[in-house]
Design a protein around this ligand. Structure first.
Ligand SMILES: *Cc1c(COP(=O)(O)O)cnc(C)c1O
Length: 379
């Protein structure tokens, strides 16, 4: 059996987790959290980051920071995870879904402007599969129309758009360290990235239950108190310790994933474009091999291919059901313009196993199995 995912593990995680367990401080913002913050600020070249217990909670913080109010509109793709929408729905926003581009599965930047109204407060972009959205166009719209941009970069750590790390381009951004992502903080975890410094002070307060405790710890004030709304958005030190072990090995993990991605690409390329389609990485962008997908003719063919792969013990899976067609999505959002590609392309997509530590034999086994399935079906 070749599973779809295995959580990444590089070797030092146990040591660091053990050290956090034996320290006198296991609650948030201890030694390992500080080490992680420093790593991100240096490696991403960004102003400020804050570890969170999940990407979902980093997105919730973003919605709080933008002061999203009842009736505000937030533009996003429908082809995404529920948390992209929920974070803003929790603040009373109405979700406006915009169609995706068939080549990258990302929001079609050309369709965003027409969806903007006086009520639009933000555009939330999702870098699907770690492949960058067209950020120059999107940031230009943001400036001209005075709307914020939040990057849901849950899948995007280590990817680059024109030399800039994903997560450092929008006003705010979020990473996920869930065990299905490229780097994990021991199962669940996330990061809020703050690129617009005006949000820094309030972000620290919101994350500390609405208190100015962070300033207190830095010795900037002599007692701390309740100053704003907030919640508990700090992860414990065990999560941070696990993550730090992965950050130290981030280049190793990234290189290994890219190499698997390349093997799949080379092994399946000759089946394009007639039998399958493969992911496209736009010019001047670098992916992080978060995902390797193929696209087949339609949902019927996908069902057949997935059955064959299942019989071969290959953990291949489909992905998101578009949010606008879900029970909650129908109630809480609406699709702007035509759904030309969102449903159609989502129904064609199959994700192949990809994880740190996959052996060459396992990779070749997946390639063989996919080739056999596709070729036998097409005869
Ligand atoms: C994984 C994911 C999330 C949620 O991340 P958690 O850390 O599990 O909360 C949000 N958005 C996208 C696009 C994701 O892939």
């Amino acid at each position: 059996m070749i599973p779809f995912n295995k959580p990444p593990y590089t070797g030092n995680e146990d040591k660091y987790v053990m050290s956090a367990m034996r320290s006198d401080k296991m609650s948030g913002d201890g030694e390992f959290t500080i080490k992680c913050h420093k790593w991100f600020e240096e490696n991403l070249g960004c102003k400020k980051v804050l570890l969170t217990p999940s990407c979902t909670q980093a997105l919730e913080m973003a919605a709080l920071l933008l002061n999203v109010q009842e009736g505000d509109e937030v533009i996003m793709p429908s082809y995404t995870f529920v948390s992209t929408a929920n974070a803003f729905v929790l603040r009373g926003a109405k979700i406006v879904f915009v169609d995706i581009r068939p080549d990258t599965m990302n929001i079609n930047e050309e369709l965003i402007e027409a969806a903007i109204t006086e009520k639009t407060i933000a555009i939330v972009v999702v870098h699907y599969a770690g492949i960058p959205c067209e950020m120059d166009t999107i940031m230009d719209i943001s400036r001209r129309k005075s709307v914020y941009v939040v990057e849901d970069a849950a899948q995007g750590m280590m990817s680059q758009y024109k030399g800039r790390a994903l997560g450092t381009i929008g006003h705010l951004a979020a990473f996920s360290f869930h065990e299905t992502k490229n780097y994990t903080s021991g199962g669940e975890g996330g990061l809020l990235i703050i690129n617009d410094v005006k949000f820094v002070g309030r972000a620290e307060i919101i994350r500390e239950k609405g208190t100015n405790r962070s300033q207190f710890f830095r010795g900037m004030i002599d007692k701390y108190t309740w100053v704003d709304i907030g919640s508990s958005y700090l992860p414990g030190e065990l999560q941070a310790a696990y993550l730090y072990g992965q950050l130290e090995q981030s280049e190793v993990i990234n290189a290994a994933r890219l190499s698997i991605w390349d093997s799949y690409y080379r092994g399946l390329k000759d089946l394009t474009p007639h039998l399958i389609e493969l992911p496209i990485i736009p010019d001047m962008c670098a992916g992080n091999a978060h995902m390797f997908y193929i696209k087949v003719l339609n949902i019927e063919v996908r069902g057949i291919i997935l059955d064959i792969l299942k019989r071969d013990n290959i953990g291949a899976v489909f992905h998101y059901i578009p949010l606008h067609s879900s029970p909650a999505g129908r109630k809480l959002g609406s699709f702007h313009g035509d759904d030309k590609y969102t449903t159609q392309e989502s129904e064609r997509l199959i994700r192949l196993p990809i994880w740190f530590g996959m052996t060459e034999l396992e990779i070749q086994c997946v390639i063989e199995s996919v080739r056999k399935a596709i070729i036998s079906y097409s005869r």
